[in-house]
Design a protein around this ligand. Sequence first.
Ligand SMILES: Cc1ncc(COP(=O)(O)O)c(C=O)c1O
Length: 444
Amino acid sequence: MSDPRVAKSNALYERAQQLIPGGTQLVSRRPSRFAHGVSPVYAVRGQGARIWDLDGNEYIDWASGILAIILGYCDPVIDAAVVEQVSRGVNFSISSDLEVELAEELVRCIPCAEMVRYTKGGGDACTVAVRIARGATGRDKILFCGYHGWHDWYLAANLATDASLNAHLFPGIEPIGVPKALAGTAIPFPYGDPQALADLLEQHRGEVAAVMLEPFRSALPPEGYLATVAQLARDAGAVLIFDEVSSGLRFGMGGAQQFAGVTPDLAVFAKSMSNGYAFGAVVGRREVMEPAGRMFISSTYWSDAIGLRAALETLRELRRRDVATQLARFGTDLQQRVNTLAQQVGCPVECGGLPQYPQLLFQIADPTLKAQVVTLYIQEMARRGCHGYASFALNAAQGLAERDQTLAALSQVLPLIARGLEERIIPHLLTARPQAEVFRRLVN
Ligand SMILES: Cc1ncc(COP(=O)(O)O)c(C=O)c1O
């Protein structure tokens, strides 16, 4: 099961399971999400597009720090600014002036932003947005689509029926520890189906505080869908919240909302907005945000100057380097090359999705076999120095060296998968355990 290449990682994970319930702090970092036994579990260093694991192996990080890295690890500009900030102090007994400077920058960039609040991560930013929507409307119910973190308000969806989150997160999540009194307060709606949303809004007429969704991740929404969602939310008197935590500023300085041409009432950002330093923000229209001044939404580390400084410098560098254009160009080229290769070697996979976040879509009907093939892909790519899922989370440090090394690895791995499928021997090619807990993202 355990590959000697990653013996230290796997041994440490054994110890972790005795000490850390769940083994990791984030489900997406669990070894079971990659090729368990072969993928690295612990990183000790990152630089540019690459990470080094506990066993000393080097990888291109195609998961980009689970989307938290957009400029690359240890970006010299961001890190110099952070180090300079550290030398000045980071958590004062009064506010940091950077709060206002960053607010002005966000208001300039993001179409819906007239006022802002900060957090330390995506889930707590989503929770702040939900509190603001509930406070501003005086209503309790949230209609949501997609993944929005671990907090009670969201997991409450699985109190009414334990299958609610199956399509939005993954099956089998028991809302253990979530107060039963929250049942019926968070209700999922399916992506891309305006009638289903209209029906839910009608069913809960006058009770819905917010319609919250990831506008899109790696594929464009159906034509006109987001505009219809916005209209439906408006007609129902509900706050429209876009969760842009994962998409971030990969689609441009105005985020996914500007790319899609639909402006929500509130939007949530985190992850890549600060290039890996802990930070999050809720931004939105003055009318919706202003009531937050009367709500108790308060935390010591939300004004921590490391996150503020990192976010401020990241926004400026994203604009100065025109990173969104670079990512689109890089992703388009990568998709074309991967698709050409897949055709040449007869592997049933398409490198699809938006070029800013290419996805490997294996055309395999049987879900068990598909999961095995995905695990085999992750396993074999890891052995060739490419860490990640069956997708390419882009960052600006990835260049021709990463592209060519990855294509060289693919030129061995895709034929192996093609042969495995043809000879029906995929399970025999697996050293790793097949992937578990696959995030079934409803929003692509
Ligand atoms: C769309 C979306 N919202 C919220 C979150 C939660 O963010 P965090 O893990 O920083 O709490 C994530 C994390 O993956 C996300 O993708």
